[in-house]
Write a protein that binds this ligand. Structure first.
Ligand code: GLC
Length: 559
């Protein structure tokens, strides 16, 4: 036999390929306005992020997700995109974005950027022309312009309301100044919805995907992924509590079957690039089964699973969420995702501090308890199979800033709801890097939202090297997770029996135990303790046989 010929009989079975990177990645969400300010204008920017990449490498994250940094009038902090191929001048330049992507890759960090396909800014070239040119303009078709109801068209075309409060329609003026058609905006009036039936819209988004893929991005976070297609004829909903229906009930504005075809076409674009480029959807669908449809093998790679973020710090509830979430993604062979905080929600250190009034953060509450539970919740999340999305500042245990003065708030929902809603600024306050100094090291020129006085004591500088700090807890957890792939791998957890209020589950080579109750428990050792969110102690007696498990504490053990 020729020495070059191979014989199937003596081939060694190849080792299983490593799982795709995104299936168990730890992705760190950078909110560019609030991460680091490179030019001292009080607003975070891309050069600022670039200068802090070594911090993120040392933290141990696998990827970054950057919130929108595109040209935008900032009516919704960048989610009103005027030009998706340009960078907002206040945040940097296209060259800065390219350098950021390149530097991150050099440090072994992947980069996911935001894509906002449901709507554009009202200053987007297409929308501007649609308004200026009036009825008959081909640009009108790319949005939802419709005549109003009532004798003179003075009523909106249907009864839909905006997620940010008020009607989802705004009336335009014709070029001659007379009242004209209405246009649809499921969010602010400055965010008109695209009409995805139009080939021009579909084509443009393929080209936007390619624009950023060509610049090396590893993936996209898809904003409002369930919203692109609306029910035929835009039927009335007939209810006033439409906001509550978002993500909980079927509705003609969300989660229409037609969206899936769009994601299949995007998947083909992504797959045509080397290196597992991905899309992760912000999907608010009524059930986990409906959400799972977005992550079928030929659609998006992942969808955020917000169930953990919605759960209270309660063992039974968390177990239910973990089981149903894993079951839903298993059916479509997708990977699970977990989130505890992001730029739209009350930070988990504050959420767990006391009872949460609907849609808002607890203003009072026990901050120390909130942080203790938050640390325990994070360790629990990082032991689950799938990928974890962290939000900047949670590694510092930052609380929500609940006392921002009304006049500094920028969340568009705040004004539109008569100041009863729209409190998202509280999790967007620029993060502290140093103990003291202007804007605690965020930049040299102040900060676009005021930082609380205690911010310095929570800074990276204050926490670095302090073994009890939240930052060092995250660093240790991410290092363990990186070196023991068993922690994020797979799609199942095996539950052990545990006392009321306690969760115990097995992962390959590990056991994770979380006490969600107040009291201290004595538990038999299940292995060697690796990491705990609060100190645990061996109980007197034969060494290592029993440990105290204090309240609101999670422990990782070797199994
Ligand atoms: C998403 C974003 C949010 C934004 C909204 C409209 O929910 O996370 O910040 O306001 O979409 O684009």
């Amino acid at each position: 036999m020729s020495p070059y010929a191979s014989d199937a009989s003596d081939r060694v079975a190849p080792a299983a390929p490593p799982p795709a990177w995104w299936r168990e990645a730890v992705v760190y969400q950078v909110y560019p306005r609030s991460f680091a300010d490179g030019n001292g204008d009080g607003m975070g920017d891309l050069p600022g992020i670039r200068s802090r990449l070594p911090y993120l490498r040392d933290l141990g994250v696998d990827a970054l997700w950057l919130n929108p940094f595109y040209a935008s009038p900032q009516a919704d902090a960048g989610y009103d995109v005027a030009d998706p191929r340009a960078v907002e001048p206040a945040l940097g330049t296209l060259a800065d974005a390219e350098e950021l992507i390149r530097d991150a890759h050099e440090l072994g960090i992947r980069v996911i950027v935001d894509l906002v396909p449901n709507h554009s800014s009202d200053r987007h070239e297409w929308f501007r022309r649609a308004r200026e040119e009036g009825p008959g303009s081909p640009y009108r078709d790319r949005y939802h312009f419709h005549p109003g109801k009532g004798e003179n068209g003075e009523l909106p075309p249907n009864d839909w309301t905006s997620v940010f409060g008020g009607p989802a329609w705004t009336r335009t003026k014709n070029p001659d100044g007379t009242p004209g058609d209405w246009y649809l905006h499921l969010f602010a009036p400055e965010q008109p919805d695209f009409d995805w039936d139009q080939p021009a819209v579909r084509d443009d988004f393929h080209s936007i995907l390619r624009f950023w893929l060509d610049r090396g991005v590893d993936g996209f976070r898809v904003d409002v992924a369930q919203g692109l297609v609306k029910a035929e004829g835009l039927p009335d909903i007939g209810r006033t509590d439409q906001r509550r229906m978002l993500g909980t009930e079927a509705s003609p504005m969300w989660d229409q079957d037609g969206v899936h075809e769009i994601y299949r076409s995007w998947r083909r674009v992504l797959d045509s690039y080397p290196g597992e480029r991905i899309a992760v959807g912000e999907v608010w669908a009524p059930t986990e089964e409906r959400t799972a449809l977005y992550v079928r093998p030929d659609e998006l790679h992942q969808a955020f699973n917000f169930a953990l973020m919605g759960a209270s710090w309660d063992a039974e509830e968390i177990r239910r969420v973990v089981d149903t979430s894993l079951e839903a993604v298993r059916k479509v062979r997708a990977s699970a995702t977990w989130v505890l905080s992001n730029h739209d929600h009350c930070r988990h250190a504050t959420r767990f501090a006391g009872p949460q009034p609907e849609g808002q953060c607890p203003r009072a509450g026990d901050r120390a308890l909130g942080l203790r539970r938050a640390r325990a919740a994070t360790l629990l999340m990082l032991a689950l199979p799938g990928s974890a999305y962290l939000y900047q500042g949670e590694e510092l245990g930052l609380p929500e800033v609940t006392d921002l003065p009304d006049d500094v708030r920028q969340d568009p929902a705040f004004a539109r709801s008569g100041k009863t809603d729209g409190f998202r600024d509280g999790c967007r306050v620029p993060i502290p890097w140093t103990l003291a100094g202007p804007s605690y090291g965020f930049g040299t020129g102040g900060s676009w939202l005021p930082q609380p006085e205690a911010w310095g004591t929570l800074s990276v500088e204050a926490q670095t090297g302090d073994p009890g700090s939240t930052l060092e807890l995250y660093r240790a957890a991410l290092a363990l997770r990186r070196w023991h792939p068993g922690l994020g791998a797979g799609d199942t957890v095996e539950w052990d029996d545990a006392p009321h209020g306690v969760l115990a589950f097995r992962r390959p080579g590990f056991v994770c135990t979380a006490n969600t109750a107040d009291g201290v428990l004595i538990i038999p050792s299940v292995g060697r303790p690796l990491l705990s969110s609060s100190p645990i102690e061996a109980v007197e007696g034969p060494p290592g046989e029993a440990f105290t498990l204090p309240g609101h504490t999670t422990v990782w053990w070797t199994a």
